[in-house]
Design a protein around this ligand. Structure first.
Ligand SMILES: [Zn+2]
Length: 546
């Protein structure tokens, strides 16, 4: 049963009420003010971030009677047209859900009816949800309409997966990217809704809801709804955990104590308990990662209470644990668990993966780890030097271009251009899917898995191999292996990228830095701050402790 009462009731009715997408509202309202209305809009972004809500706002702003036929920057919500749209029974605003039946009949019907003028309002607005689910046939029909759009018709296409939409359609739309709504904004909105509904909620519960919603307001409000139904007097953290199948903070803190004590038996027993209680192990790994993130933040910075995501009741313990672990070890655990979390998405054996990760986390120390860390330090150092030399770089959207001819890189030092952090994040998130696609080409995959996608400037993606894996790198360069990989990357990311396979030592500036760093087992504070910010977003304010 979906809990959507709160979500529907508190759905923003004006642009001013929308949360977290100011860049979209501002641009749309400017267009409404000046009357420069596009024929087709594409709203992209994760689920629950306000795409459909904004589409309806736009539909109202175009049809509101206060404009007397001209668009208004903010709908009145009082006139007949606004009210019909709010109630979902306007003749001129039509919603099509492409996911339900792939849209063939609807698009056909749309093509027939689109030529008729609006009946009640001033614009016909077609909102096509999950548009990437349309069949090719439906896309073609839609394209014909977009090529010769009748006057007074506006299409709003919404999707969570823009890379699945044909270029011919994309090129005819004005595109808006909806972002995940920041944690603080979700919490503030939850508080507002709870106050308005007379629901008592603890701070911890709010935090847990906002975290679980992962940037989506719909999920956040639906969770609050569910918790309200379950809780009596007051919604508390444990209600939310029960709904999420999440594990209490106590268990996470306990597991970390066990890792510090190198108590493998205890750690495995705890995993057994979680399985018996039917907990979601992948969620557990995510929570554990958040906890480790806080541990790292506490370790390298002061006055961080504002940015900690763990409940205050665990802070003392967190601080003690941070003292007991070197930042390098925490970072190593984060690496292992991040990999595990991604692996769990595809695995039928989440328990086994988690147990392996714990064993790995406890046993893997000494030379191999330190070597890896030194390589990472060297990379960071090289990047830092390069950035210093290059001066400030302005980041912008990467141009969409086709790959140019492939230069030979083997054995040469390669200068890397500035990385595009947004694209890079996407690459790293989607990388498991690339590997999944390569399952049909096991040999190529066997070489690719030894490298890590570490750098992407919008045209070239650098897959970096440890120096000890030159065999795998060299094999990847043979025949059409790279082309096969590039095809998989394009399929997953929806854009062409040239892949270059590099050894760590082939990155310009790497070897010198490595020598300097030879006697430093831990990361220097400067690098740690950078690592924290790269891992968790630059929004984390971090000061270096003396
Ligand atoms: Zn109105």
């Amino acid at each position: 049963m979906a809990y959507l009462a709160l979500y529907r009731e508190w759905r923003p009715k004006t642009f001013a009420e929308t949360v977290g997408q100011e860049h979209v509202s501002r641009t749309l309202q400017n267009a409404l003010r000046t009357g420069r209305i596009a024929h087709a809009y594409l709203f992209c972004g994760p689920r629950g971030t306000g795409k459909t809500t904004t589409a309806k706002l736009l539909a109202k702003a175009l049809n509101c009677r206060t404009g007397h036929g001209r668009p208004v920057p903010e709908p009145c919500n009082e006139c007949e047209n606004c009210q019909r749209i709010n109630q979902g029974n306007s003749m001129d605003v039509l919603e099509i859900d492409a996911a339900s039946n792939r849209g063939i009949d609807e698009i056909r019907e749309l093509r027939e009816k689109v030529k008729f003028a609006p009946t009640e309002g001033y614009y016909k607005v077609y909102i096509i949800d999950e548009v990437h689910m349309l069949t090719n046939e439906a896309f073609n029909a839609l394209l014909k309409t977009l090529e010769e759009p009748p006057g007074q018709v506006v299409f709003i296409l919404a999707t969570t997966e823009p890379h699945k939409i044909p270029l011919t359609i994309l090129s005819r739309c004005q595109r808006f990217d909806f972002k995940r709504i920041p944690l603080e904004d979700i919490m503030a909105r939850l508080q507002e809704v709870a106050a308005g509904e007379g629901i008592k909620v603890t701070e911890e519960a709010l935090l847990l809801i906002a975290r679980a919603a992962e940037g989506g307001m719909r999920d956040a409000l639906s969770l609050l709804d569910q918790a309200r139904a379950m809780a009596g007097e007051q919604v508390e953290g444990d209600h939310i955990r029960a709904i999420l199948g999440a594990v209490s903070g106590e268990k996470i803190a306990r597991l970390l104590d066990q890792l510090i004590r190198r108590d493998l038996a205890g750690a495995l027993q705890l995993v057994g308990e979680l399985v018996e209680q039917g907990k979601d192990l992948r969620q557990f790994v995510r929570d554990l990662l958040e906890y480790l993130r806080d541990l790292l933040v506490i370790r390298v910075a002061r006055d961080v209470d504002q940015v900690l995501r763990t409940s205050p009741q665990y802070w003392e313990r967190l601080k003690a644990q941070a003292e007991a672990l070197s930042p390098a070890r925490v970072q190593q655990m984060i690496n292992i668990l991040t990999e595990t979390e991604q692996g769990m998405r595809w695995s039928q054996q989440p328990r086994l993966l988690l147990e392996l990760a714990l064993i790995k986390g406890l046993s893997q120390e000494g030379s191999e780890v330190e070597n890896n860390l030194q390589q990472q330090v060297a990379q960071l150092q090289a990047e830092l030097e390069r950035l210093k030399a290059a001066g400030p770089v302005t980041a912008g959207p990467a141009p969409r271009t086709t790959p140019v001819a492939r230069p030979v890189t083997r054995g040469k030092k390669v200068e890397l251009a500035a990385s595009d952090p947004v694209l890079m994040k996407q690459v790293q998130e989607e990388w498991p899917r690339v590997l999944e696609l390569l399952r049909k080409r096991m040999q190529v995959r066997a070489f690719v898995v030894e490298g890590e996608p570490l750098h992407c400037d919008g045209q070239t993606l650098s897959l970096v191999f440890p120096d000890g894996k030159s065999f795998h790198r060299d094999r990847l360069l043979q025949g059409t292996n790279l082309e096969i990989l590039e095809a998989a990357v394009q399929k997953v990311l929806g854009r062409p990228l040239r892949v270059q396979a590099l050894l760590t030592s082939e990155i310009a500036g790497s070897s010198n830095a490595a020598v300097e760093e030879e006697n430093k087992p831990d990361l220097a504070p400067e690098e740690l701050v950078k690592t924290v910010q790269e891992t968790f977003g630059a929004a984390v304010p971090v000061e270096i402790k003396d």
